[in-house]
Ligand binder design. Structure first.
Ligand SMILES: NC(=O)c1ccc[n+]([C@@H]2O[C@H](COP(=O)([O-])OP(=O)(O)OC[C@H]3O[C@@H](n4cnc5c(N)ncnc54)[C@H](OP(=O)(O)O)[C@@H]3O)[C@@H](O)[C@H]2O)c1
Length: 358
């Protein structure tokens, strides 16, 4: 068993880490840390809002028994030498300070944006750009670290990149337009989205989100040339919105392909990719990475977000665009806190272990 720590364990993503690590066959959660507000408290006590007494636990699964009485550390109390791997679920400003201190000693898998855009940092999605893992060695050498920082993409990028990868490989990809309808949990717990702002409403702006998705998609789908990542030569344009859905980001995609393709060929491309993807056999890997529905009323967040415990990207409404040449349109659903963050981070750790990177 590898010993792991979670920093930011009380937040929306941190809670998912705690659930996904419970009884994990390869990783044992031995330390947790959160902010000064929570440090020194038992996990259960730190989850309780001091003003309202509400337990700020928003999962259907109960708080696992083994962490209920675990005392939350201060970040400085986490001894990187006593763990094999650290998962971080911090806001970017905190991650920028905390993650390098940890990575100088031990590998860090991060859900924050802080280091995603640096030249020696890959943005990894298991099975999509595994060859970019090579960049971690260059990062370690550049920074003279024993460990590294491996950030996940923004949760809105993940499902889109997963579904675009087979299209790019099989038919070539030129332009992508995406509009997202993003869940509330994507904004985290503190402060999160205020109920009065979102009930009966759609918020048409999420700060910095569109830029992140545009840049990340090109990097993830780019090629590693032995020294650095050469971005994919595609154009990606997005509009990101917040909707009153608890979990699961819905995205409408228009993709302009290089070669003409009929919807059934696009479905076949996604399905074949899903069948042969490199993550097969890892403990957190879903049976299907992508599911394509013919039913035009799917995907829907309430019905589809828990498919394969939130690790499957569910696609529907696959159709030919009748206006633009070689245009294909579809709708996808991706679970922002499962594949899009905590459990996706654990899948990445499993890939690292299988490749002996950790
Ligand atoms: N939510 C999602 O669906 C999602 C998906 C993908 C990526 N992300 C990214 O993941 C990160 C975490 O997001 P989240 O939604 O989980 O946020 P969150 O709910 O606000 O949780 C933040 C966590 O960080 C802790 N924290 C705050 N300041 C700290 C400090 N100085 N030192 C140590 N711990 C500190 C908080 O502890 P206290 O409870 O003690 O305050 C809490 O555990 C963000 O970078 C976000 O962009 C989120």
């Amino acid at each position: 068993m590898l010993k792991v720590a979670v920093i930011g364990a009380t937040g929306a993503v941190g809670q998912e880490f705690v659930i996904a690590l419970n009884r994990h066959p390869w990783f044992e959660l031995v330390q947790m840390a959160s902010s000064e507000r929570s440090a020194g408290k038992k996990y259960m006590d730190a989850l309780r809002d001091p003003n309202t007494s509400l337990l700020k636990w928003h999962n259907k699964e109960k708080v696992p028994e083994n962490v209920r009485d675990m005392i939350l550390n201060r970040v400085e109390e986490i001894d990187p030498k006593k763990v094999d791997l650290i998962f971080t679920a911090l806001e970017s400003e905190d991650a920028r300070v905390i993650e390098p201190k940890m990575a100088s000693e031990v590998p860090v898998i991060s859900t924050a944006a802080a280091f995603r855009y640096e030249d020696d940092v890959p943005i990894l999605i298991p099975g999509i750009n595994d060859e970019h893992c090579e960049l971690l060695n260059i990062q370690k050498k550049n920074r003279k670290w024993n460990g590294f920082i491996a950030p996940l993409p923004n949760c809105t990028t993940t499902g889109m990149a997963i579904t675009l990868k087979p299209l790019m490989d099989d038919m070539g990809l030129e332009n992508v337009f995406m509009t997202s309808m993003q869940a509330l949990s994507g904004a985290g717990r503190s402060p999160g989205v205020v109920a009065l702002d979102i009930m009966d409403n759609v918020i048409p702006y999420i700060p910095k989100e569109e830029e992140k998705v545009q840049v990340e998609t090109k990097k993830i789908l780019g090629k590693f040339d032995g020294n650095s990542i050469v971005n994919a030569s595609i154009k990606v344009s997005c509009t990101c919105t917040r909707v009153p859905v608890i979990d699961g980001h819905t995205e409408t995609i228009f993709a302009q392909l290089t070669k003409p393709a009929l919807p059934h060929q696009v479905k076949e491309s996604m399905t074949n990719f899903s069948k042969s993807v490199s993550i097969k056999g890892l403990p957190s890997a879903p049976e299907d990475y992508i599911i394509v529905h013919d039913d035009p009323t799917r995907p829907q967040p309430r019905i589809d977000r828990e498919v394969n415990d939130g690790m499957t990207t569910v696609v529907g409404r696959l159709r030919k665009d009748t206006v633009f040449e070689n245009g294909i349109k579809y709708v996808l659903l991706t679970h922002n806190e499962k594949m899009g963050s905590a459990k996706g981070a654990i899948l990445l750790a499993e890939l690292f272990k299988s490749k002996k990177i950790i």
